[in-house]
Design a protein around this ligand. Sequence first.
Ligand SMILES: Cc1cc2nc3c(=O)[nH]c(=O)nc-3n(C[C@H](O)[C@H](O)[C@H](O)COP(=O)(O)O)c2cc1C
Length: 154
Amino acid sequence: MAKIILIYASMSGNTEEMADAIAAEVREAGEDLTVMEVTDADAADLAGYDGILLGAYTWGDGELPYEFLDFYDDMEGLDLSGTKAAVFGSCDSCYAQVGKAVDILIDRLRELGSDIVQEGLKVELTPSDSDKELCRAFGRNFVNSLVQGTALQQ
Ligand SMILES: Cc1cc2nc3c(=O)[nH]c(=O)nc-3n(C[C@H](O)[C@H](O)[C@H](O)COP(=O)(O)O)c2cc1C
């Protein structure tokens, strides 16, 4: 069974709804999932997981939410090689840098050696029913990537 952690920040609940849909699917697949808000999480623990899911809305002018800043800084220097990761977040296309926090976190994870197994999932504001289905598919695909990766190594 793969060990997966999902860490998110959500100010008004949209990214949290995405996290809930993704988490439900990962759990349905029978995987061992830990879910935490970023303010309760310790970046140093990331290396202890096979799979890392990060969720963040975008703030300011294409910036990480302030809740993510310490965690992002604490990621510096971690060795995440051997982990697989994916990133999601709610955004608003009225802004110039749509969902940029998702891209920032993908870059950070890649830089630390994590294998980004799927494109970042950006949802416009509150997830609709079809967006929630995209979130569930995102969770399913993530588990499939992890399980296939494990199988390939055996
Ligand atoms: C002050 C402010 C700045 C924002 N800047 C951006 C931005 O640069 N890019 C973007 O895609 N969304 C931006 N947003 C929109 C939020 O990411 C969006 O409302 C999102 O749904 C919030 O997610 P949450 O409910 O998980 O907190 C901004 C929102 C606020 C209030």
